[in-house]
Design a protein around this ligand. Sequence first.
Ligand code: CA
Length: 222
Amino acid sequence: MRLLIVEDNPDLAQAIAQAFAVHDIRCDLAANAGDAELLIQTTDYAALILDLGLPDEDGLVLLQRLRGNRRTMPVIVVTARGESEMRIKGLDVGADDYVVKPFLFAELHARLNAILRRQSGYADTVLRVANLALDPRLREVTIDGRPFELSAREIELLELLMRRSGHVVPKRVLEDQLFGSGDALGSNAVEVYVHRLRRKLEELAEVKVQTVRGIGYMLSCA
Ligand code: CA
C-alpha cells in the first residue's frame, strides 16, 4: 500500500513515513500542493495525509480541486489550526477525517485503518484463487490452508495480481505500487519479483502467473 504525505515540514513528513514503513506501508512525500497534484496524477495512492498549511496553497483548496476532479481516494487532513470551524470546513470539502497537531502516530494510523476498512469494504476480505489464499490484513498467504512463506514485497505483488485475477495488471501499475514512481530501480525489478514469485508458487499453488508481452502480468488458475 502506498500513501502520499503532503507536508511542508520535512522532519514531520519523514517521521510519519518512517512510522508507516514499520507497518510495510510506503509513503511518497510532497512538500507543497503543486508537487502533490503532480504525484496524484501519475500514481494510485491508497490515501492522502494532507497538511493544511502549505507554502504554495491552502490544503483545503487543493482538496477541493481534487474532489472537483473526482479524485476519491481517502484524505486525512492534518491541521495545526485547532478551531473546530476549520475542521468542519475540511470535512465539508471532502476530507474523510482529521488529526490535530501535535498528534500521536498511533492515532493517525488507527484513523487511516478505519477509513480504509469503511471505504473499500474489501480490506478485511481474504483473497482466494484456486488453492491459494491471501489475508490482506494479516499479510499471510496459505496454500491448501497451510502457511506459505513469501517476503513482504512478494506478498504485495501477489495481492495486486490476486485482486485482479483473470485480468492483466499493467507492468507500470505494478512498478508504481511496488517501488514508487520516483524510484530508479528500473522496470527490471518487477520482472525479477514476478520471476521469484512464479518459481515459489509453481510447485504447490494451482495458479499461474502469465506474462502478457508488452503489457503486464496476469494471475489465473493453472
Ligand atoms: Ca505546514
